[in-house]
Design a protein around this ligand. Structure first.
Ligand SMILES: Cc1cc2nc3c(=O)[nH]c(=O)nc-3n(C[C@H](O)[C@H](O)[C@H](O)COP(=O)(O)O)c2cc1C
Length: 255
């Protein structure tokens, strides 16, 4: 359904908040009422979100709008969660509740996208997870035979049957034609999974294989422009990390 921005003239008080906040300069005030110039805009909803009188509606969505209480992440806790995060490569096979999977998807859906394109989609591999991993393992074993001739570091790689998904209960493929949009959604999703005490592996190897294996591309049924941007392997961790480790100092240039 088409997205149209509707102003309820009876509610509008002409306060200009929407005019000032609109990133597309798409609203003016005339006779003390907001007027939307065009529906050819980002449909970002800032006008709707900022209106003190709830006078703006955007058509074409089923979802209920939620009122926002001031909510700020605790910065100390947030940074601690970032510092203590680790890539997990050893998972328990405990099933993940559908509610939690949905919350993870929601955190991806609400990530910002350039020009509000909302061009990110999600493929959940659960029942067919092993099937996809088998295809990737066979493909990669063939590929690596050749690559090993040229690369010393690749010679150490052992591609066992669980090389990509590490026996985790679910894998979510984040698909987009825009790498940045897909990556932002993926980071939100990883953080959301971690907030449910789940571990995450970004399986870069599977992401690469998904772009080269014709069989996987066919099975995923993506259109020509869409690509798997990130492969999120998710499950309860079977390991516990007891301390943080060092990272290089931030390279910061102050100008
Ligand atoms: C985009 C991306 C792809 C990655 N791909 C893989 C992968 O295919 N297999 C793997 O074991 N680790 C993968 N990693 C994990 C990195 O090796 C890991 O983040 C790094 O060694 C630092 O460890 P830490 O995440 O525990 O801090 C990936 C990480 C990122 C960000």
């Amino acid at each position: 359904m088409e997205n149209k921005i509707l102003v309820n003239i009876d509610k509008c008080i002409g306060c200009k908040k929407c005019v000032i906040d609109c990133p597309m300069s798409n609203i003016i005030i005339k006779d003390k009422k907001a007027i939307v110039l065009s529906n050819d805009c980002l449909i970002c909803g800032h006008c709707q979100a900022i209106c003190p009188k709830n006078a703006i509606e955007i058509t074409g969505f089923d979802e209920d709008i939620e009122e926002v209480d001031k909510y700020i992440l605790n910065p100390e806790e947030y940074l601690r969660s970032i510092k203590t995060r680790r890539t997990i490569r050893d998972f328990r096979d405990d099933d993940i509740d559908d509610y939690i999977i949905n919350q993870i998807i929601e955190s991806g859906r609400y990530a910002p996208t350039a020009r509000n394109a909302q061009d990110v989609s999600f493929i959940i591999l659960k029942d067919k997870k092993d099937e996809f991993e088998n295809i990737a393992v066979l493909f990669f074993r063939r590929l690596i035979k050749v690559a090993k001739v040229f690369s010393v570091s690749l010679r150490k790689i052992n591609i066992d049957d669980n090389f990509f998904f590490k026996d985790a209960p679910i894998v979510i493929l984040v698909v987009s034609k825009n790498k940045i949009d897909g990556s932002l959604a993926s980071q939100n999703m990883a953080t959301m999974a971690e907030s449910y005490d789940l571990g995450v592996l970004f399986s870069g190897f599977f992401t690469v294989i998904s772009r080269h294996s014709k069989k996987i591309k066919r099975e995923l049924n993506l259109n020509r422009k869409e690509k798997v941007v990130m492969t999120l392997v998710i499950g309860k961790a079977n390991v516990k990390y007891l301390r943080t480790t060092n990272k290089e100092d931030a390279k910061v240039l102050k100008l």
